[in-house]
Design a protein around this ligand. Structure first.
Ligand code: FAD
Length: 131
């Protein structure tokens, strides 16, 4: 099976198919994780987490706590944290896909391997399970 796109839809499909014993090739044009990991869910949640904590801190004096007059935003640090969270999750995902790729050789006769050529594709991540 060939899965085009390494976003949440694609990698979940590739992992699920490989776990069911199919040989899978996952083709990704950019970076595994897709919109969710690189531009959507994850980066926005990092910002939301910081915004929520900042709002909490700003009401600290109502709880009898001392706080600075202003809880400032350190934008470069916040962006750095975003990139670290993304990198950690991307590495975990790559490890998961590599583990499937390195699964033991099949016991039954091997099926023909899949070769893919898609003009827009810049990078390919293989995720082959047992046939
Ligand atoms: C700002 C923002 C916040 C979001 N927050 C949430 C949230 O909190 N919770 C939530 O559930 N969802 C959220 N989403 C939605 C979520 O990102 C998408 O639902 C999810 O990414 C869709 O996954 P997908 O695999 O279908 O597509 P994508 O994640 O878009 O992945 C598609 C992948 O296919 C690759 N690709 C495209 N064409 C080709 C090709 N021809 N060859 C090879 N590869 C190709 C792309 O490079 C990409 O990596 C958010 C989206 C945005 C924009």
């Amino acid at each position: 099976m060939v899965v085009v796109g390494g976003g949440p839809g694609g990698y979940a499909a590739a992992l699920g198919l490989a776990q069911r014993g199919l040989r899978v090739e996952l083709v990704e044009a950019a970076r595994v994780g897709g919109t969710c990991l690189h531009r959507g869910c994850i980066p926005t949640k990092v910002l939301l987490e910081a915004a929520r904590l900042r709002a909490e801190l700003q009401r600290a004096d109502a709880l009898g706590l001392q706080r600075p007059a202003e809880v400032g935003v350190q934008w470069p640090e916040l962006q750095g944290r975003q990139q670290r969270v993304i990198a950690t999750l991307e590495a975990g995902l790559r490890q998961l896909l590599a583990a499937i790729q390195n699964a033991p050789a099949p016991r039954a006769a091997a099926q023909p391997s899949v070769s893919v050529s898609v003009p827009t594709v810049q990078a390919t991540t293989g995720a082959s399970g047992r046939p």
